[in-house]
Write a protein that binds this ligand. Structure first.
Ligand code: AHR
Length: 500
C-alpha cells in the first residue's frame, strides 16, 4: 500500500489564517462553570478562573475563541452577565434547560481570553432579540467611552474597550431546535439590519452570517443562497457547522469524515459564488467553520436529562485514538481549503465535546484530540501547498471511494520550515508515503516525525490515566537519496513530519 504526492513551494493554496485554530466556549454543561471558571478550585486565580485549565488552553495553541454560544446565545440577555456579580439574575437557559447563574459574563470572559492571548469571536442573540440588543453590546464592548453603554462598562470596572473585532449574527438559525428559529428570509433580513447597525457603532468589525447547522439540513443550499441574497453586502463570512461520529460500527466511513467535510465546503463555496455572480459583486464571501469536531450526538439524545441543574454534565465525550485521527483529518481538510475557509472553531474548549477535561475540585487533562490540534496549531503555519495524493484507496459506505492517505503540507517562507500533516485512514495495513520534494525543497531533511497511534485504536485518556495516549517522536521518516520524503504510516494513525 503506497500513496504519493509532490511538494513544490511554487504551488500554493493560500495562507494559513491563524484563526483556523479557533475554539469555542459556550455556556453549556461544564464548559464555563467548573471548566474554565471555578473559584473554589485550588488553582483558581483572583478572578475565579482555573489556572491549570488556562495552562492547557495556552498549550493547545488556539488563538481565537467563540463565545457565548451556540444554542445558548439565542435566549441570552447579555446585560444579565455584567455589573456586580451578586446582583446578577439566575435564569433558566432554554437551550440546555440549565440554570445560568451569570457569574461569568462578557467582561470576565473577555478579560480571561485576553490573558490567554485569545482573540474573541462574539455571537449576538438573533433568536429572542435583535438589532437593539446587538448594537448596545457592540457599543458596550468597543466604544471607548462617553456614551451610555460604554460609560456603563467603565462603571463596571473595565475602563479600556474590549475591541471585539469578529461577530456572529446569531447561531444555527435554520434549526427548528433553536429558540427563535427563523426562515431564511426572516433571518436574512434581521441579520442584514442587525449587522448594519452593529457596523454603524463600530465600522471596523467583521461579521459572520449563519449558514446551515449542518449539510444534512433539509434547507441546506437554499438557506445559504437566500441568506446571502439578503446579507451579501453586510457580511464577510458565512458559517458552517459539522460534527462527525461512528455509526453502526462503520469505522471506515468515520475515518473518511474529512471527505464529507471537503464536499460540504465546496458546496457552500459554490453557493456563495453563485450569489456573487448573480449580483455582479466583487467581494468573495469567506467561510467560518465555527463549530466542528467528533461528537457522539446519537448517545446524547439517549442520555439527555430534562431536569434543570446548574452545571449538568452534558456531552462530555471521551475521545479515542481513532477520534484523534479523525480530528487530524478534519484539520487537514480545513487547511486544504485555506483559500476560502478563514476561520474554524473546534467545538468546544473544555469538558463539552472538548480537547481539555477537568473535574470539579480535581485535575485537568488532555484528551486524545488535544494532540493533533496542538501540533497543527504549532507547526502548520505559513502557506498551504497544493498536494494531489495518488495511490491506495478505501471504499466506504457513506463517503464512497477515498484516498487511504489524507495529507496537507505547509511552508513557512520566513523560516523555510515545511510541515507535512498526514493520516492513514486504513485500519488493517500500514501505508508507505512517498512525497517528491521539488524546487526550493531539494536538500531538505527530516527534523522530526511525530506520531499518534496505538495498538488499541479505542484507547482513551482518563482522569485515572491522563497520558495513556500521547504523541511519540519515533516515526522514522527519511528523505531518500533521490530527494523524496519516505515514511511508513501505521493503520489509523496521525503524523506530523517536520522538514528543514
Ligand atoms: O456545540 C454544541 C451545540 O451544537 C451548539 O450549542 C450548537 O450551535 C450546535 O448544535
Amino acid at each position: 500500500h503506497t500513496a504519493r504526492f509532490t511538494v513544490d513551494p511554487e504551488f500554493t493554496v493560500g495562507e494559513v489564517d491563524p484563526r483556523l485554530y479557533g475554539t469555542f466556549v459556550e455556556h453549556m454543561g461544564r464548559c464555563v462553570y467548573t471548566g474554565i471558571y471555578e473559584p473554589e478550585h485550588p488553582s483558581a486565580d483572583a478572578a475565579g478562573f482555573r489556572t491549570d485549565v488556562a495552562d492547557l488552553v495556552r498549550e493547545l495553541g488556539t488563538g481565537l475563541v467563540r463565545y457565548p454560544g451556540g444554542n445558548f446565545v439565542s435566549g441570552y440577555h447579555w446585560e444579565d452577565g455584567v455589573g456586580p456579580a451578586a446582583e446578577r439574575p439566575r435564569r433558566l437557559d432554554l437551550a440546555w434547560r440549565s440554570i445560568e447563574t451569570n457569574q461569568v459574563g462578557t467582561n470576565e470572559f473577555l478579560t480571561w481570553a485576553k490573558e490567554q492571548g485569545l482573540d474573541p469571536m462574539m455571537a449576538v442573540n438573533l433568536g429572542t432579540r435583535g438589532i437593539d440588543a446587538a448594537r448596545a453590546l457592540v457599543e458596550y464592548c468597543n466604544q471607548p467611552g462617553g456614551t451610555a453603554w460604554s460609560d456603563l462598562r467603565i462603571k463596571h470596572g473595565y475602563s479600556a474597550p474590549h475591541d471585539v473585532k469578529l461577530w456572529c449574527l446569531g447561531n444555527e438559525m435554520d434549526g427548528p431546535w433553536q429558540t427563535g428559529h427563523k426562515t431564511a428570509t426572516e433571518y436574512g433580513r434581521l441579520a442584514a439590519e442587525t449587522g448594519k447597525a452593529m457596523r454603524q457603532v463600530d465600522p471596523t468589525i467583521e461579521l459572520v452570517a449563519c449558514g446551515s447547522s449542518n449539510a444534512a439540513m433539509p434547507t441546506f443550499g437554499t438557506w445559504e443562497r437566500e441568506v446571502l441574497e439578503q446579507t451579501y453586502d453586510e457580511v464577510d463570512y458565512l458559517s458552517l457547522h459539522a460534527y462527525y461520529e461512528e455509526f453502526d460500527g462503520d469505522r471506515a466511513s468515520f475515518l473518511a469524515s474529512g471527505a464529507h467535510m471537503d464536499q460540504y465546503i465546496r458546496d457552500v463555496v459554490a453557493t456563495a459564488d453563485h450569489v456573487r455572480a448573480a449580483r455582479g459583486a466583487k467581494k468573495h464571501i469567506r467561510l467560518s467553520f465555527d463549530e466542528w469536531n467528533v461528537w457522539y450526538a446519537a448517545r446524547f439524545v439517549g442520555e439527555r436529562n430534562l431536569e434543570t441543574a446548574e452545571t449538568p454534565r452534558l456531552i462530555e465525550d471521551t475521545y479515542s485514538v481513532t477520534d484523534a485521527v479523525v480530528v487530524g483529518s478534519l484539520l487537514i481538510t480545513l487547511l486544504r481549503n485555506a483559500d476560502r475557509v478563514a476561520i474554524a472553531c473546534l467545538a468546544q474548549l473544555v469538558n463539552v465535546i472538548a480537547p481539555i477535561r477537568s473535574e470539579p475540585g480535581g485535575p485537568s487533562w488532555r484528551q486524545t484530540i488535544f494532540h493533533p490540534f496542538a501540533q497543527a496549531a504549532r507547526f502548520a503555519t505559513g502557506k498551504v501547498l497544493r498536494t494531489e495524493v495518488t495511490g491506495s484507496r478505501i471504499d466506504t459506505e457513506r463517503h464512497g471511494d477515498v484516498p487511504a492517505l489524507d495529507s496537507v503540507v505547509t511552508y513557512d517562507e520566513e523560516s523555510g520550515a515545511v510541515t507535512v500533516l498526514a493520516v492513514n485512514r486504513g485500519q488493517e495495513e500500514s501505508l508507505n508515503l512517498r512525497a517528491e520534494l521539488r524546487g526550493a525543497l531539494s536538500g531538505y531533511r527530516v527534523l522530526e516525525h511525530l506520531v499518534l497511534a496505538d495498538q488499541d485504536p479505542d484507547a482513551v485518556n482518563t482522569q485515572a490515566e491522563p497520558d495513556r495516549v500521547t504523541p511519540r517522536a519515533d516515526g522514522g521518516a527519511e528523505v531518500s537519496a533521490d530527494g523524496a520524503l519516505e515514511a511508513r504510516l501505521a493503520p489509523v494513525s496521525w503524523h506530523v513530519i517536520r522538514l528543514v
